[in-house]
Write a protein that binds this ligand. Sequence first.
Ligand SMILES: Nc1nc2c(ncn2[C@@H]2O[C@H](COP(=O)(O)OP(=O)(O)O)[C@@H](O)[C@H]2O)c(=O)[nH]1
Ligand SMILES: [Mg+2]
Length: 690
Amino acid sequence: MPNASNPSPSVTSPTHSPRVAAIVGPYTAGKTSLMEALLFVAGAIPRKGSVAAGTSVGDASAEARSRQMTVEPNVAHCRFLDEPWIFLDCPGSVELAQEAMSALMVADIAIVVAEPDPARAVTLAPLLRFLDERRIPHVLFVNKLDKTSIRMRDLLSALQQVSAKPLVLREVPIREGDAITGYVDLVSERAYLWRDNKVSDLIEMPDSIRPRETEARQQLLETIADFDDSLLEQLLEDRVPAPKDIYSRLRKDLAEDLIVPVFFGSAEHGNGVLRLWKALRHEAPHHEETMTRLDVDADDPKAGGALSATVFKTLHQSHTGKLSLARLWRGQIAENAQLGGRRLSGLYRLMGGQSEKTAQAQAGEIVGLGRLDDIATGQHLNGEGHGRAIADWPRPAQPVHAIALHPTDRKDEVKLTAALHKLCEEDPSLMIEQGGGELRLKGQGEIHLKLSLDKLQHRFNVGVRSSAPQTEYRETIRHGAHQHARFKRQSGGHGQFADIKVDIAPQPRGAGYHFVNRVVGGAIPKNFIPAVDEGVQESLVRGPLGFPVVDVAVTLTDGQFHSVDSSDQAFRTCGGLAMTEGLMKCAPVLLEPIQAVTFTVPTEYTAKVHAIVSSRRGQILGISARADWPGWDEIDCYLPEAEMHDLAVELRSMTLGVGGFSAKFNHLQELAGKLADRVVEDRRRMLAAA
Ligand SMILES: Nc1nc2c(ncn2[C@@H]2O[C@H](COP(=O)(O)OP(=O)(O)O)[C@@H](O)[C@H]2O)c(=O)[nH]1
Ligand SMILES: [Mg+2]
């Protein structure tokens, strides 16, 4: 692994405080590769590693390397032209979106890495929306231009469809045949030829590019003139604005998220990376500006002392214990400082997979805070305690996928629960739940949960087996019956005796269980009646089909007792007997849980959702335009829970990963025929084996 130099904590002026850029975008767009290229250009690493070879600074954990996939934000420090920078290279998988969202909350700027494919533009829609809703300054970097001959304007118009803010092309490509070999900068109007992983060559602008350059530059100027009257005036009077005025306008517009500058290149070949660096250096806001945007410490800048920080990620590592990754907003922090009302136990700087102890850190930095046991992700800390949290912190997404967990070794159960709690603390989009007699792990998809199982194994040394969760079937009855039951036993001393008559009757769906006592004239003494009820309820835990029985009314109509031999226990047993025999005569029927599901997809996928729903025995209830999401639909339907296990997987594979759904239990519905027979048969086999 390339071992990065640990940046020295030199004293810098406030304007040279570290800036934080989050690198975000869809999975495999090239974010981790771009971070590697940026670090290499800055001289922070001696060699440029690669994701494929497992030598990149990012993705150093076992889980990331084995998948060649970013699974947690990769933090890396560097200096560019003597200014400190920190990158947060975020996971791109939609299943790990929570990680990216939290990192974005503390970043000064986001670099959105895009695939050079108009058909995939839609995959950026949720991310761009998140950025615009929170006015997080962001630039777009169109990557992988080494392997495409895409027309930039086609790509841009597809991307513009999913961005609320105007995209502003900052350069136009120079081509040789089909290949893109360089660019013309639209502000300086200089032309460059790329050289792989080296500084580009300044060249004379080719005549062939001039018309395109003029047109694109005009578009850039007109877009930013919308926010600047004096610039507009100059354009109307056909005067050429000075580059410094254009740059300062661009900087302002970026900081206020009025525009989205667009750059391009190839992370793999190191093309366009220095150009991106220069834009970051000149145009990215500093942490003081970010604090203003986020309204951090606004009410009382001195509240709780001179320190403040926001925790955006919690990690449990074997060598450091709990580590809270935080953006430090104010003050110089020492390794033994007081933060959040407690004394730190260790201050760390992170570089890819390495975390190194440091004696102090300055405002603007990303640091690892050691052992802040009761501090959670999203909390804003000052010296004495907690400050007001950043508004609009992303709420954890609702789980869409679940598995049942079984420790491979029974005596690991306690260890498993403890480890799971730590995983959930690391990742708020993960949840554990006890249901249907099994322990379930719920999260954002198959990869998300598999990843958690790997962590259980690697980091906590707990082996688990997983299975699809059991559907929680119920059963009920179609008609009623009268049942007489007598329990009589003579064994040694005094015996046991109870005799009851009950009416069993079906109830409307959802009415639950009712017990009514109609015994008159003391046929059964009052004190034994509750025991009958208990016996009945115990038997309802497992009905004739093997599942809990719901929606029945049981009326006790008559009975007999014996003055010596009758007891609570005898009547309880008798209640159970009556039900076991009685329910068989009542045409038991299986009930399956039905969920109310709402899908959200771009309109072009609505027909596919239709197909998914009908292939899973679902029922469409309605389709409407998604409020505030132009070009998206919302599809409401009912789906049997038994058909939902891998719904998230299928939906995503059919919608480029952007389709989503939320689900909630709605009602129980009768299930008959072959499907029901199979469920009952499986249950019988399972109970026999237990
Ligand atoms: N051809 C080409 N491949 C690239 C480029 N950048 C990244 N890749 C490849 O795309 C794959 C995903 O890259 P990675 O950086 O892990 O993407 P991430 O998921 O966005 O972090 C890897 O196989 C990279 O080698 C690029 O500029 N050009
Ligand atoms: Mg990555």
